[in-house]
Design a protein around this ligand. Sequence first.
Ligand code: ZN
Length: 249
Amino acid sequence: MAIKIEKKITGYNVVKPEDKVAAAPVTAAAPKEAPTAEVIQMHESVERPETLVGSTFKIKSPLFEHALYVTINDIVLNAGTKYEQRRPFEIFINSKNMDHFQWIVALTRILSAVFRKGGDVAFIVEELKAVFDPRGGYFKAGGIYMPSIVAEIGGVIEQHMKNIGLIHDPEMDEATRKLIAEKRAAYEALGAKKNSEVSATAAAPGEAASSETLTFPAGSMMCDKCNTKALVLMDNCQTCLNCGYSKCG
Ligand SMILES: [Zn+2]
């Protein structure tokens, strides 16, 4: 059905399929349950409560003299209902280092504004993580490459969004997980045969499932797919022990 718009458009909302489903029973005859209050979605007119819950992350980068402290505060919408949802509401970045003060303030204000606009805010993670410092990036513990300090702020926001359940890791299928564990075991067995001195930091094959504490064999190369130093050469085949990427040749 076409609707002619005669007034000025002053705002809009994207209606998702689940919203339609939720709205449908209103017109249906005799709904069994009492009608529930309207579900509040994140919107710029949502007022900030007096108190917000949040997390503070510490970023230590060789590009910065002092640590950065990133605080992300969340708002809980529809608390106590099945629509309860925790969403980031504002971000603050603090540091002793004043050299970068102006762009940090600008970044936090814009990010906070994006959070409050609502909708899908996960895109900013990818945008920030794609920022490269022309002076070069640095490696974090575990061999993860950070192309810039902005990218690391993006990484922190990503971690926070995972913590509050807003975004999820792409599920690694069981076959890939198994393959990585096998490759890793084979690689370590190979190394043990060559010289009995296996890297002390290498985790046992059984522990390969947790990616947080995972370290990779010394001398691993950079994997272009997951930006982690986890690429090892086995039987003329480059295999990533982090994401399972494999290239032969
Ligand atoms: Zn990889």
